[in-house]
Design a protein around this ligand. Structure first.
Ligand code: SF4
Ligand code: SF4
Length: 83
């Protein structure tokens, strides 16, 4: 049997953030397994720092950010799906 190279395609996601729903708890930032998020320096309407995608290409569409967000302010969609 010959060894063949194995190529693995990683799922990719696009992050969506509703800035004004966010209360700046940073759960999404802390739990993102690929560290794709960081809190912005900007303030939203409530006076909190919402997250931003600092490494958007790293997102794997795992949606842990969505699962941990108490405000339903962040989620991802699979790249290639309709948004
Ligand atoms: S979907 Fe997963 S990888 Fe993408 S930003 Fe959210 S937690 Fe991070
Ligand atoms: S988990 Fe939700 S409320 Fe908390 S910082 Fe992230 S987007 Fe904002």
């Amino acid at each position: 049997m010959t060894d063949k190279p194995v190529s693995v395609k990683r799922a990719r996601g696009k992050v969506h953030i509703l800035d004004d729903r966010c209360k700046g708890c940073a759960f999404c930032v802390e739990f993102c397994p690929v560290k794709a998020l960081a809190l912005s320096l900007e303030f939203n309407k409530k006076g909190y720092h919402p997250p931003q995608a600092v490494k958007p290409d790293a997102c794997t569409n795992c949606n842990l950010c969505f699962m941990y967000c108490p405000e339903f302010a962040i989620w991802s969609t699979k790249i290639g799906d309709k948004e």
